[in-house]
Design a protein around this ligand. Structure first.
Ligand SMILES: *Cc1c(COP(=O)(O)O)cnc(C)c1O
Length: 427
């Protein structure tokens, strides 16, 4: 069981509404800090050199990155703006990992200039990187795709069908080539699941990488400096699900490490991770209000928000728990589709959800939106994305991103040329 809390009551929301109208995202700084601390405390004593590179794509806000940096986390980036966000937050050098794919040369150069660890997605990228940078960096990491050796899951698909990474043979060849070209420090990475709640699944990934580290030592003569287990650790979106504890994950990996890595004399190998979802996911909420009720073939609650604010339910059919502040204890007597305003019928935060009676004006809080929530937002249908508020440890509310306005939406248009544009000839 996982408990679905929300840190503000209805009275506080009403008071807040005067300064910050709904919808907005709210993040709980204290809970994020405590969780990050718990993670570091579970891993660091067992694995010297342990580094969690927080996946920036999960919550790309430099205030959050700064908080995480203070707790000892780095950043995992996969685009130029994500690299710049990490830099903005004061995350430096090898605390940044560039795990991108189909990476343009300019991103590699920016990563190099920041001193970030570059993680290659393909054998051919060795030469691409060398050309892009003039010379290869001292440290290079490679991403492994285990293909049929590993089951995938529903969100990420099967590794065999995934576009990412090197095959096993290419990986051995790759390390040989990197070594021949003068690279001296090496990392290994994989990411094979998404939102996976099975501890055994993640331990199995660890075992796979540890055994591969031995094979790489044997066949390519390369001693890896780190293995990066990627992201993909799930969170309990449904109240009946259970989180994987940091302690059991770190402890389980340590057992495998002691059995596989230590006897092979590779005990200098450190562990890196790039979790996003389990770091911030449970500590962010999308706060909305019911503005319509509609009764046709089903009962609908219409929110002042839409899937442009939180795409996961529409994209994956994902479950997000919903509560109604002020009605926490009320019996779940109604069955609603809770919907947004997009002109797409899959714009539903919940389908046939049991809820208490919802009245117009009620707040509806959508839980576990602290990762891959606001970040996945978009502007289709002229929907403006909403701002982000931070609940500070002292209870203050602090805006870390304002809501978009129509002017933001128009900002990239060539408006000065519009007036004289008659649709014919040149302007
Ligand atoms: C998305 C992603 C992550 C983070 O995944 P979470 O599910 O948020 O933990 C980490 N690494 C890579 C390469 C990714 O694509």
């Amino acid at each position: 069981m996982s408990v679905k809390n929300f840190p503000l009551d209805r009275a506080r929301l009403e008071e807040l509404e005067r300064r910050y109208p709904t919808p907005f995202y709210l993040y709980d700084e204290k809970a994020i800090r405590e969780n990050a601390r718990r993670m570091v405390r579970a891993f660091s004593p067992l694995f010297p050199g342990f580094k969690e590179h927080f996946a920036v794509k999960a919550l790309p806000n430099p205030f959050i990155l700064k908080i995480l940096r203070q707790e000892g986390l780095g950043a995992d980036c996969s685009s130029l703006p994500e690299l710049l966000l990490a830099d903005m937050a004061g995350i430096r050098g090898e605390e940044i990992m560039l795990t991108a794919n189909e990476t343009p040369a300019v991103e590699y150069r920016t990563a190099r200039d920041l001193g970030a660890i570059i993680n290659l997605d393909d054998f051919t990228h060795i030469e691409f990187l060398e050309t892009a940078l003039g010379r290869l960096p001292e440290l290079v990491s490679c991403r492994y795709n285990p293909g049929p050796l590993k089951e995938g899951n529903a969100i990420i698909g099967k590794p065999e069908e995934a576009k990412y990474g090197f095959t096993r043979e290419q990986l051995i060849q790759g390390y040989r080539l990197l070594k021949a070209k003068g690279v001296r420090r090496f990392g290994l990475h994989t990411m094979v699941a998404s939102n996976e709640l099975s501890l055994d699944y993640h331990l199995e990934t660890g075992r796979l990488l540890f055994e591969l580290a031995l094979e790489i030592k044997d066949k390519a003569g390369v001693s890896l400096e780190f293995v990066n287990l990627g992201g993909g650790l799930g969170i309990p979106y449904r109240p009946e699900e259970e989180a994987v504890s940091w302690e059991s994950l770190a402890g389980g990996l340590k057992t495998l490490y002691d059995r596989i890595i230590v006897p092979a004399g590779l005990g200098a190998l450190s562990i890196h991770t790039e979790y996003g979802r389990p770091i911030t996911g449970p500590y962010g909420w999308l706060v909305t209000r019911a503005i319509h009720r509609k009764s046709i073939y089903r009962e609908y609650i219409g929110l002042n928000s839409c899937m442009a604010d939180l795409m996961r339910p529409a994209l994956y059919g994902a479950y997000h728990h919903i509560t109604v502040p002020g009605k926490e204890g009320a019996p779940l007597t109604e069955t609603y589709d809770v919907v947004g305003s997009l002109c797409e019928n899959n714009d539903k935060f919940a389908v046939r959800r049991q809820l208490p009676t919802v009245d117009i004006g009620d707040y509806l809080v959508i839980h576990d939106a602290g990762a891959h929530g606001r970040a996945m937002g978009f502007n289709y249908n002229g929907k403006l994305r909403f701002g982000e508020l931070l609940l500070r440890p002292d209870g203050e509310i602090f805006p870390i991103r304002r809501s978009e306005t129509a002017d933001d939406y128009f900002a990239t248009l060539n408006l000065p040329a519009l007036e004289n544009f008659d649709g014919r000839g040149t302007v």
